[in-house]
Design a protein around this ligand. Structure first.
Ligand SMILES: NC(=O)c1ccc[n+]([C@@H]2O[C@H](COP(=O)([O-])OP(=O)(O)OC[C@H]3O[C@@H](n4cnc5c(N)ncnc54)[C@H](O)[C@@H]3O)[C@@H](O)[C@H]2O)c1
Ligand SMILES: CC(=O)N[C@@H]1[C@@H](OP(=O)(O)OP(=O)(O)OC[C@H]2O[C@@H](n3ccc(=O)[nH]c3=O)[C@H](O)[C@@H]2O)O[C@H](CO)[C@@H](O)[C@@H]1O
Length: 484
């Protein structure tokens, strides 16, 4: 802890003016909650006037939210702080000089899903703009999901380079990752515990001072900046790992001809006294914006330290990368199940029509980012199948990379289908009536492949379907019911 920074912060007194870079899903609610804290005089929402997002500046200053979808309480809070003159959105980064604290909530996408390298370009531009106008005694906090080592590495270097100041002596620097879920942004920021990690104790302390007033049910958990980066990436890595463990067990149950869900209930019955098992659910794969990338951030954080830093057993692959590979295998397994059921119905993938139900990566949502349905769709078409896609939530007009022919007409997608394949557990699919679907399919030997455990096998087998389900080794080998 350097005396110089302690003195500078003491001279500044309590945090009164805050800047938030990045008016997106994370930055907007964060800025509004800061602005609503008594004692805060003003919050600047810093948004670059880019072609794609510059429109947000005017919109926010008019008290309108640019975020898609329902966000309870967000627009009311926006109007409240705008009319009170406590929040304004601006592309004028020079106003950083007026701030006691600046946070950065800028997107950190992957350049290419194949090489899974993060594109930090937008974040680097933001960090440089903070550095250019940084004044002594300011606190800088990175909220974006970043590779462990970024705060004390790249971010620190860029800020020092642009400002001529020294982190830990002239300004405080920390990482405070976001754990919000779209659809409940304000609630999550207020109620989730907040991980806050500084490059030194005084930075951590100043960051705790910044976030504490925003929390209602949540509490601040202080640690170092790198520990905070690892916490964020590891909490999603662990979720991905748990899902992979369920997927691997489901594949074993299929091979051994048993019902995964009986086994899961058995395992889950072991409760309490530290012997509980957290067993999740197998499925058609893992999609989304978090679990598909955060493992690779964590891995890169340790790999970049060089071969001598990590003591690791021989040539064993990382458990976490293996988990990603298991989860990414599930769409291929779904294709294998589809192929096997079609064969039982005397058909092949080539020339068959597949009704793919559920493009969203998660149940009852329009979010299709990194959906596992996409690799299945590509592989099935490559095998010569015609794939019609249904999703009641995903909007073909706005969602990225939707397949041609994505439709909300379930009957239309089902009609003439040789195989019905469920990829998302939307509530619409839990009510499908076997005889109705068989009539729509119009074939004596229809097929159903259940990737999310949404249908009851017997009802479908009884009306002549060839059934396959993830983890349903007890049913996948059934004989075809002869329909009188
Ligand atoms: N969205 C979530 O649910 C969520 C949850 C947890 C963590 N995160 C993480 O938070 C970060 C932000 O994600 P998001 O969903 O809010 O992104 P977003 O794309 O919704 O918002 C980012 C905003 O930053 C702006 N921007 C980009 N470069 C800028 C610059 N140089 N200066 C000023 N503004 C700039 C963009 O125009 C955009 O408005 C990411 O690292 C993400 O991984 C997001
Ligand atoms: C802030 C943040 O980073 N939040 C993350 C976010 O994660 P997310 O939006 O990516 O949603 P997830 O629920 O993780 O689903 C991801 C994919 O995994 C499949 N899946 C899931 C569970 C299972 O048992 N079996 C599965 O196969 C599912 O179908 C989907 O494709 O919210 C989660 C709480 O919802 C959090 O825990 C998680 O930190």
């Amino acid at each position: 802890m350097t005396e110089k920074l302690a003195t500078l912060i003491k001279q500044r007194g309590p945090i009164q003016t805050i800047g938030v870079f990045g008016m997106g899903y994370v930055g907007i609610p964060a800025a509004l909650l800061f602005a609503d804290v008594p004692g805060i005089e003003h919050v600047y929402g810093f948004q670059r006037a880019s072609r794609t997002s510059g429109y947000k500046i005017e919109m926010l200053n008019q008290g309108e939210s640019p975020l898609k979808g329902e966000e309870p309480g967000l627009e009311d809070l926006l109007r409240k702080v705008v009319s009170a003159g406590k929040f304004s959105c601006t592309p004028d980064f020079a106003k950083v000089a007026e701030c006691d604290a600046v946070t950065l909530a800028i997107q950190t996408p992957f350049k290419d899903k194949k090489d899974l390298l993060p594109d930090f370009t937008p974040l680097i531009e933001g960090i440089r703009n903070v550095g250019r106008h940084l004044t002594p005694g300011t606190l800088v906090v990175l909220e974006s999901t970043i590779t462990p080592g970024t705060t004390t590495g790249m971010a620190r270097q860029l800020l020092e380079e642009e400002s001529g100041l020294v982190a830990g002596e002239d300004f405080a620097l920390a990482h405070a990752p976001e754990r919000v879920m779209v659809g409940r942004l304000l609630k999550n920021i207020r109620e989730h515990d907040r991980i806050v990690g500084g490059i030194d104790d005084i930075s951590t302390k100043r960051a705790v001072e910044l976030y504490s007033p925003v929390l209602t049910a949540g509490r601040v958990i202080p640690m170092t900046a790198t520990a905070a980066e690892v916490t964020k990436t590891a909490e999603n890595t662990f979720r991905d790992l748990q899902i992979a463990a369920a997927n691997q067990l489901a594949l074993y149950c299929e091979a051994m001809g048993i019902n995964f869900y009986d086994v899961r209930a058995g395992i889950d019955s072991l409760k309490g006294e530290g012997i509980t098992r957290a067993i999740l659910w197998p499925g058609a794969g893992v999609g989304g914006h978090c679990l598909t990338k955060d493992t690779y951030h964590l891995e890169r954080g340790v790999q970049q330290l060089g071969p001598d830093a990590l003591d690791w057993p021989g040539d064993i692959a990382s458990l976490y990368i293996t988990s990603r590979q298991i989860n990414d295998f599930m769409p291929a397994h779904m294709l294998r199940l589809t192929k096997s059921a079609l064969a039982q119905a005397g058909k092949t993938l080539a020339g068959s029509k597949i009704a793919l139900l559920g493009w969203a990566f998660i149940n009852d949502s329009d979010d299709a980012r990194n959906t596992p349905a996409e690799p299945f769709y590509e592989m099935a078409r490559a095998a010569g199948a015609d794939v019609a896609v249904h999703d009641p939530w995903v909007d073909p007009a706005t969602a990225p990379d939707v397949p041609a022919g994505l439709s909300r007409d379930l009957e239309g997608v089902l009609s003439g289908a040789d195989a019905v394949v469920v990829f998302a557990g939307h509530r619409e699919y839990r009510g499908l009536v076997p005889i109705e679907v068989q009539r729509l399919c119009g074939s004596a030997r229809p097929v159903i492949v259940d990737g999310r455990n949404v249908v009851e096998p017997d009802g479908w087998i009884e009306v002549g379907f060839a059934y396959r389900g993830i983890g349903r080794g007890d049913k996948n080998g059934h004989s075809i019911q002869e329909i009188a």
